[in-house]
Design a protein around this ligand. Structure first.
Ligand code: SF4
Length: 120
C-alpha cells in the first residue's frame, strides 16, 4: 500500500510517498532531506499534533483564554484531551505561560495559557 503525504517540516512542502507493508514503513521517497523521512515515518506510525484551543475563564475580562499544548500530542488522544480541557474553568487573573492542566492524560505535556486575562 502507498500513502501520499506533504512534508510540513519546512516551507518547501515536499510531496512524499510512503510504502507500507504489514503496517511497517518499507520505503520513503520524494523527501529532499532526512527530516522528511523522519516526518513520514512518524506520520504513519505515531502521528502527533500541537493542540491549540481555549478554556473558560471565571471572573475574567474575557469569556475564554487561549491555550496550547507544551509539546506535540498523539493524534488519537486529541478528543480525550479536548474533553479534559472543555471541563476546566480557570480563575482570573491568568498570565501567559500559566499551566492550566499539568501532564494532561499522563502524556508528559502541559496545557498552558498563551494570553493573559487580568480579570474584572
Ligand atoms: S523533506 Fe526536507 S526539504 Fe522537504 S519539506 Fe520536508 S523538511 Fe523540507
Amino acid at each position: 500500500m502507498k500513502k501520499s503525504l506533504i512534508c510540513v517540516s519546512c516551507p518547501l512542502g515536499c510531496p512524499i510517498e510512503v510504502e507500507i507493508e504489514n503496517g511497517e514503513v518499507v520505503a520513503v521517497t520524494g523527501n529532499t532531506c532526512k527530516r522528511g523521512d523522519a516526518y513520514a515515518r512518524a506520520e504513519i506510525t505515531n502521528p502527533v499534533r500541537s493542540l491549540t484551543t481555549s478554556v473558560k475563564v471565571e471572573n475574567g475580562m474575557y469569556a475564554v483564554v487561549p491555550v496550547k499544548s507544551s509539546g506535540p500530542v498523539p493524534k488519537d488522544k486529541m478528543f480525550d484531551c479536548m474533553k479534559k480541557i472543555n471541563a476546566v474553568t480557570v480563575k482570573a487573573p491568568v498570565k501567559i505561560g500559566d499551566v492550566v492542566i499539568e501532564n494532561i492524560l499522563d502524556l508528559g505535556v502541559d496545557i498552558i495559557a498563551t494570553n493573559c486575562d487580568p480579570g474584572i
